[in-house]
Ligand binder design. Structure first.
Ligand SMILES: Nc1ncnc2c1ncn2[C@@H]1O[C@H](COP(=O)(O)OP(=O)(O)OP(=O)(O)O)[C@@H](O)[C@H]1O
Length: 466
């Protein structure tokens, strides 16, 4: 295949020729070629001269990654549609006459409606601590219910919650929670919003199940599948014809949306699974740090986690720089980015938008912000900046991670609303994603106490004076 893709080797070749009908799943460690193979697989399944050929859809979770995939997309993928799940679901529902103008509830309205719903239900009950839980609890619980395709109170009360901590809710309280959800739906519908970004998958799945017309896509491939909710996957299983295929590529260690949801509850029929253990992206030293993070206590007991074999390429140990204060971290990050950015691709990655703004205002037009509206991907030297979330699926020669301070990561607000254990798991995976974006160099900056999300083993780093 032409384009920028390396030639598939070993297990990758097997995956390319997996059965062309039914469900298949590939789990791989970071940098093991999942995205690469998702692209190859799309080309193979859409190849017009093959008997299995059919219209092919390649889906991923966020828009930045769609832009990146379109950049990588070689000539043979001319007939493959690449988009986000939400674009696909919205398009399908629109096609079926189930959409109207502005009928999707944006996150700000959603939050306001959920707060109203909690207050409305609370007023009908005796005072209770339950209603005083942080807003994030109710918001996450509604997302969890939708993501699992639960549409009745009975179902919600009965459902087993596997491995969910922090926000777990006793069966006794679930009817009240479901009342809040119903109230939210009532308020939302009254405001003319038919869906939000979480329950649109329920609507798509139901619509496909009732839709007896010929399917538009024969083959669907999912990249970054660990971030698709069970209901999204179910809707995709319903979207393909009998002789079509659904190929799932994912890495559970990188699950950063819809935490603690398992694609397994989507009920795919997967006769065989493939595992990619070889890491082609990172140097040995960077991969070792990634592996050490994935062996920390908060990563334990993740089903389907694939441990990598050590890559061959050698490089420098990740640089760990203890700074006197935050300003010094910013100064060093900027200096390193400006210097490396002349000849290499460099990314400064941070936790949230507020931290990102520090770098966007300092770098201005000399850098590219990683965000959903990024239209074009330019390979080659240059500086990028963005959140850990926005860097998902991407890679850079050099990655700079400032603010790795114990009082910044794990995020204190997240810990308050979700509990310590959830906070460690959530931000631990984010940091794992960030670390594994680096091809050859990794610079870690902190002040005071280092985040507990990084391993303490000094042999994994080289200490560098600021
Ligand atoms: N067979 C191969 N030979 C050489 N390089 C390869 C091979 N397969 C993949 N690569 C390279 O390894 C890097 C990682 O590949 P890719 O992005 O497909 O991995 P991934 O599993 O999707 O990673 P992640 O989940 O961490 O985003 C890319 O630079 C890709 O070009």
């Amino acid at each position: 295949m032409r384009g920028n893709l390396p030639k598939p080797i070993k297990k990758q070749r097997e995956v390319l020729y997996m059965p062309s009908a039914g469900h298949t799943a590939v789990f791989g460690t970071a940098g093991s070629g999942k995205t690469t193979l998702a692209l190859y697989r799309a080309a193979y399944l859409s190849e017009p001269s093959m008997p299995h050929a059919g219209r092919t859809l390649l889906l991923t979770f966020n828009k930045t990654l769609v832009t990146y995939l379109k950049y990588l997309k070689p000539f043979e993928l001319q007939n493959v549609q690449v988009e986000t799940y939400h674009t696909f679901a919205r398009g399908y529902l629109n096609n079926r006459g189930k959409m109207s103008r502005n009928c999707i509830c944006d996150p700000d309205y959603r939050n306001a409606f959920i707060s109203q719903a909690v207050k409305a239900v609370e007023s009908a009950y005796e005072p209770s601590k339950f209603f005083k839980r942080p807003f994030e609890f109710f918001s996450d619980e509604i997302q969890w219910i939708f993501s699992h395709g639960i549409t009745s109170q009975e179902e919600y009360v009965e459902v087993e919650r596997v491995g969910r901590i922090g926000t777990n809710l006793s069966r006794k309280l679930r009817p009240v929670m479901y009342e809040i959800l119903n109230k939210y739906l009532e308020i939302r519908t009254a405001a003319g919003k038919l869906y939000d970004w979480d329950d649109i998958a329920i609507a798509a799945r139901k619509e496909f199940e009732e839709d007896s017309s010929a399917r538009f896509y024969k083959h669907i491939i999912v990249d970054e599948g660990q971030d698709f909710s069970p209901e999204m996957i179910r809707s995709l299983a319903a979207a393909i014809p009998e002789d079509g295929s659904l190929s799932f590529f994912g890495d559970v260690a990188q699950q950063i949306y819809g935490q603690r949801m398992s694609w397994r509850s989507a009920g795919l029929k997967i006769p065989q699974q493939w595992f990619f253990k070889e890491n082609y992206r990172n140097t040995k030293q960077i991969a070792q740090l990634g592996l050490a993070i994935s062996r920390m206590p908060f990563f334990q007991d993740i089903p389907d986690l694939v441990e990598p074999t050590s890559p061959r390429a050698d490089g420098a140990l990740p640089a760990l720089v203890g700074c006197t204060d935050k300003d010094q971290q910013v100064e060093i990050a900027l200096r390193a980015a400006r210097s490396a950015g002349k000849t290499q691709s460099v990314a400064i990655l941070v936790k949230d938008r507020a931290q990102e703004r520090i770098f966007s205002s300092a770098l201005g037009a000399n850098a590219t912000r990683l965000h959903r509206d990024l239209q074009v991907w330019n390979d080659g030297p240059g500086i990028y900046h963005g959140t850990y979330h926005a860097a998902k699926g991407l890679e850079f020669d050099v990655v700079i991670l400032p603010f790795l301070d114990a009082d910044n990561l794990p995020d204190p607000d997240y810990m308050t609303s979700h509990g310590e254990e959830d906070g460690l798991t959530h931000d631990g995976r984010l940091l794992y994603v960030a670390v594994t974006r680096a091809k050859t160099s990794l610079i870690l900056l902190y002040t005071g106490e280092l985040t507990p999300l990084l391993p303490v083993d000094e042999s994994l780093y080289q200490r560098v004076k600021p």
